[in-house]
Ligand binder design. Structure first.
Ligand SMILES: [Zn+2]
Ligand SMILES: [Zn+2]
Length: 791
């Protein structure tokens, strides 16, 4: 070290670095400053229009030592994207300077996500001697809100929702001191100068409590009595109640008009999480990560949670406190109540609308749900819901990508074209590209109500402004009725690129893993419009970014009733039954020649005998039917056939329950690979499986066994078709994509089975496997299509 800090007068070099990534407002410049001084380098660091510019002057060893430490020691929020290095002539000069921000005109800077409170800030707020004791809005350069409070670039305090708070002298001193942990921490605040919380009844009348501890003490009392509380979190309002009180949870479900979707639960720490769920070492890492996502965990039998928390689901989403306020709340709860408190923590919204962020909106929209409101006066600019992950092979696979992750970029390369990729309809999220980065938006929701559409449009406008993106290319799904497609097509003066749904799923997986060339794509999901006008969803594609061949797919069946069929799995169950027993071809046969495992319930129900007869007729005559190869619908069909579930309240529910009940290794059922008619794709014929299942039903085989065998069959299908594709096409890499791969039994079976056959297997991790990840694939395809056109 001594040798390095002594200037070498012989050979002085100067290196210029242009660094792009999340490098502004995250302590990057002070970090560079410290590092340069440590290695005895002179020069400067400065924000420039295309990234941070660093000039280092010293001898070669010093510069290399700096570069050696540069990535490894970066502060937590920094994400170094790309470093362009050039050698320039030495200038002489002493010392290392932090130059102030240049004008941000046309600047492109990445913005950090909202990150959980750090250990040092927590220690301060628990220290009775500290001026931030119990202060619920403490933060520093390494932690706290970012994306949700940033109005515009450059990321300076006036451009955040903290603009209205003038820093007190103490805070200002911290803010201006390059050696301080709060140097240029834009949301810096303290009890003297920062935001405050307020307790307000559902009638809008403020309660008398003012201090954070006493406010939360009242909240604790209300929760304990079975009440429901709404409070303003980092990216929106959350609703909470005691997860152990059946009455409270059922009441929340009723008031929120929530279907059967599981609620997430917040507990104080890992120990408390272990009391309700099994937590592996890797899951522990995800739980305590600074993104603080909801982690799906296997629940213990003695968890003590109300059944209504996650009905018919062996998993519970668990999250740990991520803000100073949540931490304080759990300290209050522990102090006044008991250890092991588990709170339902769910998005503050009605039904499927976007999460509420404003105080007035909360009082208006959530008045029928919450008994009391905890507001505070730091406005939320951008809504970001809680993220959801599941841990697989040591990595947190994103199922919902929002708080903590958005707007982190994915490095995509493939040119500087600025693209807007509109995404799909369900679980929508779009993606922008800039300077080689893909910038996926946060989870926006199903584009089925006006509020979500508004949220989508608003987020698009903001991200375009924030990242200075002016798209010249707009990519969208081929489905003309997706709201995202309509919005994309309404944009004028741009080049439109229509992308097939499942091609986009595979391209998203490729882009995330930086794959080039052609791959085997296994795209299994609910619904996506195919090239032939039928509904695809059980696809094997030989794909690269510019195109694909549909090599094989699940045998197509007619499905009666469009959206109704999604809500009523028994309908597609009938499709598979009739198909398997020849009932679709022969109209004369009425069904007498084969036995139905279930033929409907009493009149007036969704699954009545009368309705079954009508649907059978529609299917035979192909009236009001669509043809589909959907794997998601196959899951529905099987769940219905074995008598597990005939009607659902959300898409994927039947599949989740099928995964949940599956037990044992279960041998594969039979299936056949049938060559397609000339020029068309091979079909995977699962009729042997359906017939075997009906037989098993009659023999009283347990549902759990059949569910396991079904999963295993699909795994065998994936392997068999991939092997053929390898033989015929020479492809050795398999990309998995589509919502079905959120099913761990299916995912793990395919990954393990394919690897055992020598394939390289890739699956989505950083963007969701479901339609929430599709925009990344659309963007990658559009970029490559434009490049191949010479654009
Ligand atoms: Zn901190
Ligand atoms: Zn202050």
């Amino acid at each position: 070290m001594d040798a390095l800090t002594t200037r070498n007068p012989v050979k002085v070099l100067r290196t210029r670095l242009l660094v792009t990534g999340v490098v502004q407002g995250v302590g990057f410049r002070p970090y560079v400053h410290k590092l340069a001084r440590r290695f005895g380098l002179s020069g400067f660091v400065q924000n420039g229009p295309t990234g941070v510019v660093i000039e280092l002057e010293g001898n070669g060893e010093q510069i290399e030592a700096f570069l050696g430490a540069f990535h490894a020691e970066a502060p937590p929020l920094v994400r170094i994207g790309r470093v362009e290095r050039s050698e320039i002539s030495a200038l002489g000069g002493e010392g290392f300077a932090i130059h102030s921000s240049k004008s941000a005109e046309a600047a492109f800077t990445l913005v950090p996500p909202d990150i959980c409170v750090c250990e040092q800030c927590l220690a301060e707020m628990r220290d009775p001697e500290d001026r931030r004791l119990d202060y619920p809005f403490t933060n520093c350069t390494n932690c706290g809100p970012r994306y949700s409070i940033i109005l515009d670039i450059p990321y300076d305090r006036p451009m955040t929702t903290m603009a209205g708070f003038a820093m007190c002298e103490d805070c200002r001193r911290e803010y201006e001191d390059p050696e301080d942990r709060r140097f240029h921490a834009q949301p810096n605040a303290c009890p003297v100068c920062g935001p405050r919380m307020r307790l307000v009844g559902r009638d809008g009348v403020a309660w008398s409590e003012k201090e954070p501890w006493t406010v939360l003490q009242r909240v604790a009392d209300i929760l304990r009595a079975g009440g429901i509380v709404a409070w303003k979190g980092l990216g929106g309002y959350q609703l909470a109640c005691d997860a152990r009180l059946p009455g409270a949870v059922e009441e929340l479900r009723r008031r929120k008009r929530r279907s059967d979707k599981a609620f997430a639960v917040m507990v104080a720490d890992v120990e408390a999480a272990r009391r309700i769920c099994f937590v592996s070492a890797e899951e522990r890492v995800a739980l305590t990560s600074r993104e603080r996502p909801i982690v799906l965990l296997k629940r213990r039998d003695d968890a003590g949670l109300a059944d209504a928390v996650s009905p018919a689901n062996p998993l519970t989403g668990v999250m740990l406190p991520g803000t100073p306020m949540h931490d304080l709340l759990f300290r209050v709860l522990r102090n006044s109540w008991a250890d092991g408190v588990a709170l339902v923590m769910t998005s503050g919204n009605v039904s499927e609308e976007p999460i509420v962020i404003g105080e007035e909106a909360a009082q208006a929209q959530l008045a029928g749900i919450a008994d009391v409101f905890v507001h505070h006066d730091r406005p939320i600019h951008t809504r970001v819901d809680d993220s959801v992950v599941r841990v697989y092979e040591g990595r947190a696979m994103l199922l919902r990508r929002a708080r903590g992750y958005a707007p982190n970029p994915v490095w995509m390369g493939r040119g500087d074209l600025e693209i807007f990729a509109a995404g799909a309809q369900q679980k929508s999220a779009f993606c922008l590209t800039k300077a080689g980065f893909a910038l996926p938006s946060q989870h926006l929701g199903d584009l089925e109500n006006f509020e979500t559409l508004e949220f989508y449009q608003e987020t698009l406008d903001r991200m375009r402004r924030l990242f200075h993106v002016k798209p010249t290319v707009v990519a969208h799904d081929m489905h003309p009725d997706y709201m995202s497609t309509r919005l994309a097509l309404a944009m004028e003066g741009v080049t439109h690129v229509a992308v097939q749904h499942h091609h986009a799923h595979i391209a998203a997986c490729m882009a995330e893993h930086g794959l080039e060339g052609r791959v085997i794509g296994v795209a299994w999901d609910g619904t996506g419009l195919g090239m032939d006008g039928t509904i695809w969803g059980g696809e094997f594609l030989a794909a690269d970014y510019t195109g694909f061949d549909r090599y094989a797919h699940l045998r197509t069946v007619p499905m009666a009733g469009g959206d109704t069929a999604v809500r009523e799995p028994w309908r597609v169950g009938r499709s598979y039954l009739l198909d398997a027993f020849g009932g679709l071809e022969d109209r004369a046969r009425t069904g007498a020649s084969y036995r139905m495992p279930e033929s409907g319930e009493e009149e007036g129900t969704a699954f009545s005998r009368e309705k079954v007869r009508i649907v059978d007729t529609l299917l035979r005559r192909r009236l009001h039917t669509v043809e589909t190869s959907s794997c998601g619908r196959l899951f529905d069909a099987v769940a219905a056939l074995i008598g597990l579930r005939q009607v659902v309240t959300f898409e994927g529910q039947a599949a989740m329950e099928l995964e949940a009940i599956a037990e044992g290794d279960g041998e594969s059922y039979g299936f056949a690979l049938q060559p397609g008619a000339k020029g068309s794709a091979m079909q995977v014929d699962l009729r042997p499986m359906i017939r075997a299942m009906v037989q098993e039903m009659q023999n009283g085989v347990r549902m759990s066994t059949m569910a396991a065998r079904f999963h295993h069959t699909l795994v065998e299908v994936a392997i068999a078709v991939s092997l053929r594709m390898r033989d015929e096409l020479g492809l050795t890499r398999v990309c998995l994509g589509g919502g079905c791969f959120q099913n761990m039994r299916l995912l793990d079976g395919c990954v393990t089975g394919l690897r055992a056959q020598g394939f390289d297997v890739f699956y989505p991790v950083d963007v969701p496997a479901n339609d929430g990840g599709i925009a990344l694939g659309q963007a990658a395809i559009a970029a490559e299509v434009m490049r191949s056109r010479g654009a």
